[in-house]
Design a protein around this ligand. Structure first.
Ligand code: ACO
Length: 433
């Protein structure tokens, strides 16, 4: 065995084992040979929230959480945010390279071709209550697309997969915009394919009687926010897409699992939670009391902390810059002042420093979305639109992975040993019931 290996001594038996190290990783299945006797199932690892388990090999996104680095296919996020369009980034994530002009034109045409949704999707969306959360509507409608495109079940055909990915990327803004209009009781605005991807989305959300006159600064700010959210390797929602997709279900069903995961307040719902928190704090005077509650473990400082970034979140720096550009257009927001002060205090406080808690992507994004006119419950939908290319690329990469098997974690069983069935009249009432 080479030096790239690990020697393990099982102190229960005194046996020694050599396990290969590849890419700084050992194969969990190599541990299975470690047994007390032949009857033994073999050693497993316990990693309930995947704190230290690589579930796939991926060439899409690189993150160095200690150094605050994020790259899509090798390109630094800062350069993409400055120079690229969202559709270029979507192509890059999916195809592995930035498109040349001809490829981009073809890609753009394909996306435009698929922006319309079947009119039955409109009926479907109209069935939601007036106050339905738009994320629930997006989730429902994207999963419903699997019934409109049964050919998506043909997951073995690369061309078919390409078509489905383009379809979903094209239709996501339409569905998202319809969800927005539904909650406001406004008629749906259909796609205008003379506009670019983001311009079309903004028009479908905000147009009242004729084409919306977009503020170009706000529109580019929105596009950059979408780019910053486009992928983030194996996060909760992407793992959901891959996990569900590993069952060989179609793309729409797989991505709807990602949307469901993103809905949660510890993931995509955090920017909504940031606004609620800022509303609750109200004024700068209340910040010390709030920070004390956080340090006493009664609250969390929403928009702070990250499972991976432990120095800073590079997206948060870019977003803070965008926040100032946007507020320059829309006027200063009192909540931004509270947020800035909260950030200043937290970054000087030992509680946050020692735990490596820094602002994450959600700390300022909600404030920007609000300034653009999007209601709080809509923020996660904007995150989902941004993350769509990442989900699509990760799903495709999973499908092409020769090591793909259905995701099926193990467990450590902690329940009772075998016992005989008890007839109902002999069962004792539980003390707590
Ligand atoms: N406010 C206060 N304390 C915090 C926070 C926070 N936002 N985040 C973590 N901590 C503390 C924990 O209480 C814990 O302290 P302890 O060691 O004294 O018990 C320590 O920091 C480590 O926290 P964990 O929960 O173990 O960190 P984990 O990596 O599991 O959680 C998470 C990451 C979920 C993002 C967490 O930081 C959090 O809840 N943040 C607020 C929600 C948020 O902003 N989510 C958006 C994440 S970015 C995204 O999804 C796009």
């Amino acid at each position: 065995m080479s030096n790239e290996s690990l020697t393990i001594t099982d102190n229960r038996t005194g046996q020694k084992y050599e396990v290969a190290i590849t890419d700084n990783t050992i194969q969990a299945m190599d541990l299975r040979q470690i047994k007390v006797d032949e009857e033994d199932f073999g050693l497993m690892t316990y990693d309930p929230s995947f704190m230290n388990t690589a579930a796939c090999r991926s060439a899409i996104t690189f993150i160095d959480g200690e150094r605050g680095i994020l790259r899509y296919r090798g390109y630094p996020i800062e350069q993409l945010a400055e120079k690229a369009t969202f559709l270029e980034v979507a192509y890059l994530l999916s195809e592995g390279e930035l498109p040349n002009q001809e490829q981009l034109d073809k890609w753009t045409d394909l996306i435009k071709y698929h922006t319309y949704v079947h009119t039955n999707i409109i009926k479907f969306l109209e069935g939601f209550r007036y106050d339905a959360h738009p994320m629930g509507m997006l989730l429902g409608a994207v999963s419903a697309l699997s019934t409109f495109y049964p050919d998506a079940r043909n997951i073995k055909d690369p061309e078919n997969r390409y078509l489905q990915r383009a379809r979903l990327l094209a239709k996501a803004p339409t569905i998202a915009a319809f969800a927005f209009r539904h909650s406001r009781g406004l008629p749906f605005v259909f796609p205008d394919n003379d506009l670019d991807y983001v311009g079309n989305f903004v028009n479908m959300t905000f147009s009242i009687g004729g084409q919306h006159k977009a503020n170009k600064v706000l529109q580019r700010a929105l596009e950059v926010l979408l780019i910053l959210h486009a992928d983030h390797e194996q996060n909760c929602s992407t793992s959901a897409v891959r996990g569900v997709g590993s069952s060989s279900v179609d793309l729409y069903s797989s991505v709807s699992a990602g949307i469901a995961a993103l809905y949660g307040p510890l993931h995509g719902g955090a920017n909504e939670a940031v606004i609620k928190m800022l509303d609750e704090i109200g004024t700068r005077d209340n910040i010390p009391g709030f920070i004390k509650d956080v340090k006493d473990g009664k609250r969390r400082l929403m928009g702070f902390g990250h499972r991976v970034y432990k120095s800073y979140d590079p997206r948060a720096e870019l977003i803070k810059k965008i926040a100032f550009e946007v507020f320059d257009q829309t006027g200063m927001n009192p909540k931004l002042e509270v947020a800035l002060e909260l950030e200043r205090i937290a970054l000087e406080d030992d509680y946050f420093i020692s735990r490596k808690l820094y602002p994450n992507v959600d700390f300022y994004s909600g404030l920007i979305y609000q300034a653009m006119g999007y209601p709080t419950e809509y923020f996660t939908v904007l995150f989902a639109l941004g993350r769509m290319p990442g989900w699509l690329a990760q799903w495709e990469e999973m499908r092409c992975d020769e090591n793909l098997k259905i995701a099926r974690p193990r467990q450590i069983y902690t329940g009772p040993e075998e016992r005989p069935y008890v007839p109902i009249e002999q069962r004792k009432a539980l003390a707590s019931v």
